[in-house]
Design a protein around this ligand. Structure first.
Ligand code: COA
Length: 281
């Protein structure tokens, strides 16, 4: 629905996006670039970040790829400085880097749990903490990518559920602390999104698996990447100027039905994978 927005809605805005090399974050980067924003694509793998930036440039945008791991505060501080030197003060930051794997709590080590919390929750804090000094004040927005797991306790997702719940409370708290700087703090909580690495991991069993998952979603389908990007565009635009400290679900009603069937699905997927290749469980 990109056509419903005024053209060049983000003309000249400086944007930094973590996890921007693929999936939801990449589509957000593409959408923002198409609306005139200058994009710093931050990724753990510098080559992939550079490739994503090159694609944005090839499509007529302005972009740079920067290598940083959101678990490493120093690398994020360097990334923010590099982005600001290139594009000026940051108008928008999207904290999108995330990690996930399917395993029951008893099938993950303390380090496995901590790894996801480190990437999803601490990584979001690190990104926004590092970016704060570089944000335009007033007039900027920071956006975290949460997930329905933040609200739905889901079997085989203890690490993600805990981490994303933390992300949502972090964003609500930053809204309280940073509103006086003129910074809006927001989050999007998608359910399943078609064509993402997350879906490849959560629904590895082909069409049967997918059909079982979709049966638990009132809208009967996954989100498209463009739908997530459009919500992000709306939220960082002036049209959402009075929305602050808010988490918006974009899940086709998924979170209204609860997570028991979804958790059973993931548990079955984990059992099948373990039967092929034994893991920790
Ligand atoms: N089941 C149980 N434990 C697992 C696991 C699985 N499927 N995959 C990883 N782990 C554990 C590892 O065993 C390790 O714990 P240990 O040291 O006690 O053995 C711990 O998690 C860290 O794994 P490692 O591979 O060293 O971490 P990493 O930093 O290289 O990778 C992940 C992080 C695990 C999140 C990895 O899946 C990743 O890089 N994901 C990025 C992409 C992604 O997840 N996208 C989906 C977003 S929704």
């Amino acid at each position: 629905m990109a056509g419903i927005f005024a053209p060049r809605l983000l003309e000249g805005r400086a944007v930094l996006i973590t996890g921007g090399s693929s999936g939801i974050n990449r589509r957000i980067a593409e959408r923002f670039a198409a609306h005139g924003a200058k994009i710093a694509v931050v990724g753990r793998d510098g080559d992939r970040a550079a490739a994503a930036a090159a694609a944005l440039i090839a499509a007529g945008g302005e972009a740079v790829g920067i290598s940083a791991d959101v678990r490493d505060m120093a690398s994020l501080e360097t990334a923010c400085t590099e982005a600001t030197d290139r594009f000026g003060p940051l108008d928008i930051v999207v904290a999108g880097a995330a990690g996930n794997f399917v395993a029951p709590a008893l099938g993950m080590s303390s380090n496995g749990f901590r790894t996801v919390v480190d990437i999803d929750l601490v990584g979001t804090f690190n990104t926004l903490r590092a970016a704060h000094a570089h944000l335009r004040k007033p007039g900027s927005a920071v956006l975290a990518i949460s997930a329905v797991q933040a609200q739905m306790p889901t079997a085989a997702q203890a690490h993600v559920c805990a981490a994303k719940a933390g992300v949502e409370m972090l964003m609500r708290t930053l809204a309280v602390e940073w509103a006086s700087d003129g910074i809006r703090s927001l989050a999007i909580a998608p359910g399943p999104v078609d064509g993402t690495e997350g879906m490849r991991r959560l629904a590895p069993g082909g069409q049967d698996h997918l059909a079982r998952m979709l049966a638990g979603i009132p809208s009967g389908r996954q989100a498209g990447l463009d739908e997530i990007a459009d919500l992000a565009l709306f939220l960082v635009s002036g049209a959402a100027d009075y929305i602050n400290g808010t988490v918006i679900h974009i899940d086709g009603g998924f979170s209204n039905l609860g997570s028991r069937d979804f958790g059973a699905l993931l548990t079955d997927a984990h059992r099948s994978a373990a039967a092929v290749e034994p893991q920790l469980a």
